[in-house]
Design a binder for this molecule. Structure first.
Ligand code: PLP
Length: 399
């Protein structure tokens, strides 16, 4: 089957690539590329190879495509095209935002973040603490929401930056970003939101939400890997992380990853439509799956605020079984899920996110994350449930 055939009308259900036979429920780690995204990328991997900085026809063709993608990406988050800087990934956007905000305010060395951040923010802040900055790590409650009293109390005249996750990658818990950004704005403090998981799953309107900086990544919403974007609000001076040829108006040097950027733009446009179109169905799938898990495992413990949560994410501890054993057994049954974040899956430590939510070490080590996408179907949820039945029988020694 040619790419064109997949793109014409996705096999319904499921929308996926020929030969893809797994039940993939690890979409917070990464999502499959939408075939319609691949289709728009392919010419930029072959005949449309010009450098967007070149002042000739080949360069103009790719420059126009980059600018179209910039407008599409801006629309996904409710920004203006000139506020979007393309980067190499979410991690680069985050590092640019955090390092840049500090470099722009040399007299201020205090950062506020939360204790449930992705390692891109967590490790950046830990490194800055080693370099002499002071970091306040906001606590969260048992449902994963930040303590707002602590947040108010943490704001200081020498606070350079607040950087918090919009939606948590392990639990899906959504932070009150609009409220937090308003509070930071009242104190004239720069606010960065890590929206890598939120973008494409929930509606976002930066015309209304007063964040100064926001990081997103294409591979989390059925775009390609190796391309991200940083929103920089108009008027904010942000020194670049990468110096060189001055691309992206001097905000991120390096010849643009044109196929990736074009793919990100198309993925953003599709994700924008899917927020209202597909996400309610994804939430139903996730909720039905959780219902099935609850019925099978009465002692199960779900983690995270169920009211303010991404529509696709489920995190829970099964009674009795170590998550590493369940993960491996599910993998053998063709079901992909994860233990905490993909980056931490090899770590022997219990998830810092769950530990911050007061989940004890032993329960945290029994915890699994299942994350759905619009490419999943009811069949995937059913397969995962029957695989869990089998795993419980095997690990429980019933057969
Ligand atoms: N922030 C969050 C919340 C994430 O979930 C991830 C990836 O898992 C990142 C940042 C890093 O994004 P990237 O993989 O594009 O570097």
């Amino acid at each position: 089957m040619k790419v064109k055939d997949w793109a014409k009308g996705p096999p319904n259900p499921p929308l996926c690539f020929p030969g893809f036979s797994m039940t993939y429920l690890d979409n917070n780690a990464t999502t499959p590329l939408d075939p319609r995204v691949l289709e728009v990328m392919l010419p930029f991997l072959s005949e449309k190879f010009g450098n967007p900085s070149s002042p000739h026809a080949a360069g103009r063709a790719t420059r126009d495509a980059v600018e179209t993608a910039r407008a599409q990406t801006a629309t996904l988050v409710g920004a203006r095209p000139e506020e979007i800087v393309f980067t190499g990934c979410g991690t680069e956007s985050i590092n640019t935002a955090i390092r840049g905000a500090l470099a722009a305010q040399p007299g201020k060395r205090h950062i506020i973040t939360s204790s449930t951040e992705h390692s891109a923010v967590k490790n950046s802040c830990e490194q800055l603490a080693r370099e002499g900055c002071e970091v306040t790590w906001l606590c969260v409650d048992a449902s994963g929401r930040p303590n707002m009293d602590e947040f108010h109390a943490a704001l200081r005249d020498d606070t350079a930056l607040v950087s918090v996750v919009w939606a948590n990658n392990e639990t899906g818990v959504i932070f009150p970003i609009e409220e937090m950004a308003r509070i930071a704005n009242e104190r004239r403090i720069v606010f960065h939101a890590d929206a890598v998981q939120a973008a494409g799953k929930i509606a976002m309107d930066l015309a209304r939400v007063p964040v100064h900086l926001l990081s997103i990544s294409a591979h989390k919403f059925h775009g390609p890997k190796g391309v991200g974007a940083l929103f920089v609000r108009s008027g904010l001076g942000l020194p670049p992380l990468l110096l060189g040829g001055g691309q992206e108006h001097g905000r991120r040097s390096g010849t643009e990853n044109v196929p990736g950027i074009v793919g990100m733009g198309r993925a953003a446009a599709l994700a924008q439509a899917a927020i209202a179109g597909d996400m309610p169905r994804v939430a139903q799938l996730r909720d039905g799956f959780e219902h099935g898990v609850r019925a099978r495992f009465p002692g199960v413990r779900f983690h995270g605020d169920t009211a303010d949560r991404l529509p696709n994410t489920s995190n829970f501890a099964l009674p009795d079984f170590a998550a590493t054993d369940v993960l491996a057994a599910l993998d053998r049954s063709g079901v992909c899920c994860s233990i905490g974040s993909a980056c931490a899956s090899g770590s022997p430590h219990a998830s810092h996110v769950l530990r911050a939510m007061n989940v004890d070490d032993e329960e945290a080590k029994r915890s699994l994350r299942f994350s759905f996408s619009r490419m999943n179907t009811a069949r995937d949820a059913e397969h995962a449930l029957s695989a869990l039945d089998g795993v419980a029988r095997r690990l429980g020694g019933d057969d």
